[in-house]
Design a protein around this ligand. Structure first.
Ligand code: ADP
Ligand code: MG
Length: 384
């Protein structure tokens, strides 16, 4: 949907002139299931955005309209303590968290449209939280520093919506930069923008179009298995606070003392943290092939050690790796469906997309969605 259309639809619906804010979805290039282990992640912002047009109301009501769902909803800021189990929870949760943090808000009219595929693992939820946070804050002429805003948006999703996600999605949606990926230390929230030269390659995201039920329970189980590993290793090394604190070398000496499944989970997380740092090093020297090899190794570790892949993700990765010009292919996101991320030579991108689409559909019966992307700018106001 064009910006002009969003604005004219807003005016037709609410009879007021809006300001417009946007926040992108994201894809994680490498560093999966490391966030809640205090480790490293390496996402980039996609060139797909959620836009929120906003104008204030004189009372404390908030009217929201999603052009994606063609549905409106209304709530009062005076009665906004709990989730309604509705898509508006992400917006109500953001308002709730902002007010709790001391930002008294007026009522508002919001018109929302997103180009981020909803519910596909590309974080339309964080894009919605962050864009609506900026919209609310604009009404009281406030700006919150990026890392703090990311924490508040994460809090809205954790505590109000009830989804126990890490901070990566909100953080990259805010801090993304064109032609850069972002290395984030999930413990300190220190971050570094690393140039990702798009003159020779593209990031291609392939949506398997499946989402297996197992996802949520397996996620909680993996978190517990990591905690168990830390607890056992703390007996020998009391200084360890998270898997982040264990090197692969150190782990080699203790892994036989862990239950076999716990050892595999820990090995994934510890090796993945190392792969992230090696990938970033490779990218800084423009060694795209080496970066791609790390992406491949990440997938294999998620499939074999962490066991969060599924047949469709493995098929998609296998098909991708067989294509000319594919330097790396891996599942991205929590697993059990969702998307893969691929590093593809520029000249081969077109053929890659056509072949993967055809072969994946032949093998699985699902028609995949494929997005060719370059690292893009994070959230902000779109001046009209
Ligand atoms: P992801 O973040 O990977 O897209 P989630 O399940 O975390 O998947 O978030 C998707 C949910 O966010 C949707 O089910 C819906 O409730 C909400 N959402 C995101 N974008 C929109 C939108 N444009 N309009 C309405 N709801 C949205
Ligand atoms: Mg989400």
């Amino acid at each position: 949907m064009h910006i002009e259309t969003i604005v004219s639809e807003f005016k037709a619906r609410y009879h007021a002139t809006p300001r417009l804010f946007k926040a992108p979805g994201r894809v994680n290039l490498i560093g999966e299931h490391t966030d809640y282990n205090d480790g490293f992640v390496f996402p980039m912002a996609l060139d797909r955005y959620t836009h929120v047009a906003v104008a204030p109301r004189a009372d404390r009501r908030v009217d929201v309209y999603s052009a994606n769902l063609k549905e409106e909803f209304s709530f009062s800021l005076d009665n906004n303590e709990h989730a309604q189990h509705h898509w508006s929870d992400y917006i109500a949760g953001m308002a709730h968290v902002l007010e709790k943090a001391g930002y008294a808000l007026p009522g508002a009219m919001l018109y929302i449209h997103s180009d981020v595929p909803v519910g596909s693992g590309l974080s339309s939820s964080a894009a919605l939280e962050v864009s609506s946070a900026l919209a609310f804050l604009s009404l009281i002429s406030q700006i919150i520093p990026g890392p703090e805003l990311a924490r508040l948006a994460q809090k809205a999703e954790n505590q109000f919506v009830g989804m126990n996600c890490g901070i990566m999605d909100q953080f990259i949606s805010i801090h993304g930069r064109a032609d850069h990926a972002l290395l984030l230390d999930c413990r300190s929230l220190n971050y570094e923008l690393v140039p990702l030269d798009s003159s020779h390659a593209r990031i291609v995201v392939c949506n398997t179009m499946v989402k297996h039920e197992l996802g949520a329970s397996a996620y909680n189980q993996r978190r517990q298995e990591c905690e168990t590993g830390v607890r056992i290793m703390q007996k020998q090394w009391p200084e360890i606070k998270a898997l982040r604190d264990v090197t692969l070398e150190k782990f080699g000496g203790i892994q036989a003392d862990l239950p076999a499944v716990v050892a595999r989970r820990c090995r994934h997380v510890i090796s993945e943290d190392e792969r992230v740092l090696e990938s970033v090093g490779a990218l800084k020297h423009n060694q795209l092939r080496y970066f791609g090899e790390k992406m491949n190794a990440s997938h294999d570790s998620l499939r074999d050690d962490y066991q969060v892949s599924c047949d469709e993700l493995d098929q998609m990765v296998e098909i991708a790796r067989a294509q000319p010009g594919c330097m790396g292919a891996r599942m991205t996101g929590g697993g059990f469906g969702g998307c893969t991320v691929n590093l593809v030579e520029l000249e081969q991108v077109e053929a890659f997309c056509a072949n993967v689409e055809k072969m994946y559909q032949q093998r699985t019966g699902h028609k995949p969605q494929i997005y060719v992307s370059v690292p893009s700018q994070g959230a902000g106001e779109k001046i009209l």
